[in-house]
Design a protein around this ligand. Sequence first.
Ligand SMILES: [Fe+2]
Ligand SMILES: [Fe+2]
Length: 170
Amino acid sequence: MLLTQQGTTSRKELAWTRWVLQSARVWDDVAGIVRIIGIHAVDEDHRKFTQYALDLNLIIQALSNRDASFENLHKGNDIFRQLLDYAHIHFQREERIMRSMKSPMLGQHLEQHGMFLGMIEEHYDNFKQGRLQMVSGLKLSILDWWVNHINVVDYKTFVLGKTETMRLVK
Ligand SMILES: [Fe+2]
Ligand SMILES: [Fe+2]
């Protein structure tokens, strides 16, 4: 059920995944479409960050329904900060593991993380500048990217690329 492997994934499955991502509110709603990596700390990060991204979607939804109350703007701001802080923590963790397992995916993988941080920062800037229409148009992009990254890039790096050294990482 990988979002980018369109050749091997049926349209039905992709539509299903998209529908799940669009309608989900809590981790349990999406747990079934997020792959397990098998490193406890990494899987925990994935779960927590997914919940932040879902929380952000709810706020974006409220803001696009014109509920731009002070409370929602404040919550949105907090969630963006949590997303950025947590993404940094998680990406540093993955980088340490990749270095210790001497992963050939390291360069490519870090590039993806960098792009994602840039994307969140850009959304956050739009949000801070009150460009709510731009933020609301991007409802799925963070969650979508995140789940796709876990299922494709993290999976390839940490599960398919598992080495002897890595068996010691837990
Ligand atoms: Fe990850
Ligand atoms: Fe990653």
